[in-house]
Ligand binder design. Structure first.
Ligand code: ADP
Ligand code: ASP
Ligand code: MG
Length: 441
């Protein structure tokens, strides 16, 4: 079995859906599960509709639903040139839009919002499935992700549930070769419709790959692999041909948007290679993520915004037994994970990316220490094989950053990561300086 995931741009129009169908339908391909995102722009449109409903603006929300519905009718007409096929698809598309409209008559709940956000992937998979089966005349099974993708009580994917229920969902189709399912959407531990957070279709693909013991997971997107730096910010970036699971996991977690932050973990756990490929250039080699690592010292740089730095200072207690534990316990109580940490004789600095419970955390920390908070910080993560740092990579990186105020540095925590905290205003300059200093070739 292989798992192939196609992102929003890859299914962003009728033409693109036809190109995806070309890549997935050939009978000589082995058994495969195709995971699709919503068409590009759809999830954003659904977020906006939910926002309007939260604000009580039912008229604007309803108008936006109608605009989206018309867009999907146009895509269906273009993709499915046989009227009977288009009509049947449009009837099903309209049921999805009706499920949104049904939520406009009462104030929107958090559960209602999740139902709205789930519609994009249901719409895109329906269209591609109808094109493959009814227009190309190829057999394909539309698998409902909501029957097997599930979170546990901690809102983490429930791998055992997914494995068991994916197997039973596939069981009636022993002879089928092509399956199409929704990325991103899942059910909560209580069985309510939920999702794997923005960009979550990558995570779906990896979880499904792990559950199906796939031999490869392919992430098809709009670029020819994972680049050495953020191509939206830095000119002249290039694709990295091979990354280890650890390197890719660090880059995804620390901001390389091409991969959802957690999406490497299930593949790494099961040793399943992940290939990043370009739908617009299918013959390009892309990036292979596997257990192998190359020799280069620093391979790539990524940046994660929205970071809050917290400095905890206590001349009386620092370095006393249990002080760090006391600090960590506060974060644990509020289920807030720490990304970076540095310590000195008199203070501890740490960073978090989820500041929703920050006021409660500060309240507790202030009981035993003085606390300062810096918002709008960015973690810049340098990833590669730094085992012995034979090439002086850290030196080179800091030389490149000589004009930039660095707030924190974390080096040595893992053999393939150096993390540097800067103010978000300095991010672009820092990424460009690192590019000039490390990757000019
Ligand atoms: P999809 O919709 O297929 O999931 P995304 O937009 O989520 O695609 O991810 C692909 C985009 O990620 C690229 O178009 C690129 O702009 C951006 N990106 C950011 N950092 C990197 C990187 N290091 N390498 C490649 N792409 C990156
Ligand atoms: N459609 C979802 C999003 O836009 C999931 C994804 O595309 O991966 O975030
Ligand atoms: Mg994505």
């Amino acid at each position: 079995m292989k798992v192939l995931k196609f992102g929003g741009t890859s299914v962003g129009s009728a033409q693109r859906m036809r190109e995806v169908a070309e890549l997935i339908h050939a009978p000589h391909l082995q058994r495969r599960i195709v995971v699709l995102s919503a068409m590009s722009g759809t999830t954003n449109a659904l977020v906006e509709i939910a926002g309007l409903l939260f604000a009580g603006n039912v008229a604007a929300a309803t108008a936006n639903v109608e605009t989206l519905r018309q867009r999907y009718h146009a895509v269906a007409q273009e993709l499915l040139p046989e009227p009977a096929v288009a009509d049947e698809a449009i009837e099903h598309l309209d049921q999805r839009f009706q499920s949104i409209l049904d939520l406009t008559s009462a104030p929107l709940s958090a559960d209602g919002e999740r139902v709205i956000l789930a519609q994009g992937e249901l719409l895109s998979t329906l269209l591609v499935h109808r094109y493959v089966t009814r227009i190309l005349g190829r057999p394909a099974v539309l698998l409902p992700a909501l029957e097997f993708m599930r979170l546990d009580v901690d809102d983490e994917p429930d791998a055992a549930y997914i494995r068991e229920h994916l197997a039973s969902t596939l069981a009636p189709y022993a002879a089928e070769q092509l399956f199409i399912t929704q990325g991103y959407i899942c059910r909560s531990a209580q069985g309510h419709i939920d999702n794997l957070k923005r960009g979550g279709s990558d995570y779906s693909a990896s979880l499904i790959g792990a559950a199906a013991n796939a031999e490869e997971i392919q992430i098809w997107t709009d670029i020819d692999g994972l680049h050495n730096n953020d191509p939206r910010i830095v000119k002249g970036t290039y694709p990295i041909r091979e990354l280890s699971f650890d390197e890719a996991a660090e880059l995804a977690y620390f901001g390389a948007k091409i991969l959802h932050p957690s999406s490497v973990l299930p593949a790494r756990q099961h040793g399943i290679p992940v290939r990043l490929l370009n739908t617009m250039q299918p013959e390009a080699p892309g990036t292979l993520i596997s257990a192998k690592t190359g020799a280069e010292a620093i391979k790539a740089v990524a940046a994660k915004d929205g970071i809050t730095a917290i400095n905890v200072k206590s001349s009386r207690m620092l370095l006393a037994h249990g002080f760090l534990r006391t600090i960590f316990e506060v974060f644990e109580r509020y289920r807030t994970s720490i990304d970076m940490i540095t310590t000195s004789e008199v203070a501890v600095s740490l960073t978090i990316d989820d500041a929703t419970r920050l006021p409660l955390i500060l309240d507790e920390l202030q009981r035993f220490a003085s606390v300062e908070v810096d918002e709008n910080q960015t973690i810049i993560c340098l990833v590669g094989n730094l085992e012995q740092d034979a090439h002086g990579a850290a030196n080179q990186a800091f030389a490149a950053l000589k004009d930039i105020a660095v707030r924190m540095i974390s080096y040595g925590g893992s053999p393939n990561n150096i993390s540097i905290l800067v103010h978000t205003n300095d991010k672009t300059r820092a990424l460009q300086a690192l590019n000039a200093g490390l990757f000019q070739r």
